[in-house]
Design a protein around this ligand. Structure first.
Ligand code: ATP
Length: 299
């Protein structure tokens, strides 16, 4: 960070993948009910707060951040306003977001920024909120924000804000392949509605899913990975289908689209396998990042 004023608070929140994502029909409020297996990954958004007379925002990153708004549309900014309103304070402070999660990649980078901002400003403003109140504020900011605040592993229902934490003891090793284009989440959902009219939503994850997830058994989990949005994302951008095929050809146990895409996630047997897959994909010109899922505290 290139600033001289002292940092008064810092917090971080991870990006996520959806190991499973099932999407029901759009409801009258415009939202889609979901059943999802949220898993945080070892890719972090950090937010630092510096004293300032008003609210300011800066984003630093090695990634392409041209699509990130630098004012009131930024989710971190909205989080600051929401928390300040809730606490009856003037929103003041310079937020410096150190971004590692690809923008508009289906890994909830903006939601992680909002979650990290709530945490950092919560410390700075000494907010004494219950977990239900934090969750309520997070839900107002976006469906993925409550999970990013939790930052572990959870089954999500409703819009994704109703969370049941899952205790995971061993990490999964993942290869994330970034696209050189972004996909709008709203557009993917609109297209999903067109191609899946009358979709039905299961109430539980498939048999064996949770056991394989909890024990980090990649071989058992691979055939169970699922993303209802994949067809819509691939139909909007057929290049994604080519990437899915390339990731499986490179040796991944399975490749699926991450969230609403366009990032593709490959599941590997272990860390060495993930590096081998990444090397093969990197050699053929793909932008790849190896990561692993975060085991939970209690796992
Ligand atoms: P979604 O939560 O919609 O699935 P995503 O995970 O695919 O999103 P994000 O990186 O969160 O991708 O960005 C989605 C869009 O949100 C961006 O294109 C941008 O316009 C907007 N946005 C708002 N705040 C942020 C932020 N802090 N970081 C990144 N994008 C942001």
């Amino acid at each position: 960070m290139a600033q001289s004023s002292p940092v008064v608070a810092s917090a971080r929140a991870p990006g996520k993948v959806n190991l499973g994502l099932w999407v029901g029909p759009v409801s009258s409020d415009g939202f889609h009910p979901l059943l999802t297996a949220f898993q945080a990954v070892d890719v972090w958004e950090e937010v630092h707060v510096i004293d300032a007379d008003d609210l300011q925002l800066e984003v630093v990153s090695d990634l392409d951040i041209s699509g990130v708004p630098l004012g009131p549309d930024n989710l971190a900014w909205r989080a600051a306003i929401l928390l300040a309103d809730h606490l009856g304070l003037d929103p003041r402070g310079r937020l410096v977001i150190d971004k590692s999660v690809p923008v508009a990649g289906g890994m909830a980078g903006g939601s992680a920024d909002a979650a990290a901002t709530l945490k950092a400003l919560g410390q700075h403003w000494r907010a004494d909120l219950s977990s239900a109140q934090w969750s309520e504020l997070a839900t107002q900011l976006g469906s993925d924000v409550p999970f990013c605040l939790l930052g572990t592993a959870a089954i999500g229902r409703g819009r994704g804000e109703q969370l049941d934490e899952v205790s995971v003891s061993s990490p999964l090793h993942l290869v994330m392949v970034q696209a050189d284009f972004a996909l709008s989440t709203a557009e993917v959902y609109r297209h999903y509605d067109q191609i899946h009219p009358g979709a039905t939503l299961p109430t539980e994850l498939p048999e064996g899913f949770v056991a394989a997830w909890q024990s980090g058994d990649a071989t058992a989990l691979a055939p169970l990975l699922h993303n209802d949005l994949e067809r819509a994302a691939c139909s909007l951008r057929p290049e994604i289908s080519e990437t899915l095929a390339a990731v499986e050809q490179a040796g991944a146990l399975r490749a699926i689209v991450s969230g609403s895409g366009p990032t593709v996630m490959g599941l590997a047997r272990d860390a060495d396998h993930a590096h081998d897959i990444a090397t093969t994909l990197g050699d053929s010109g793909h932008a790849v990042r190896v990561t692993q899922s975060l085991p939970t505290r209690s796992g």
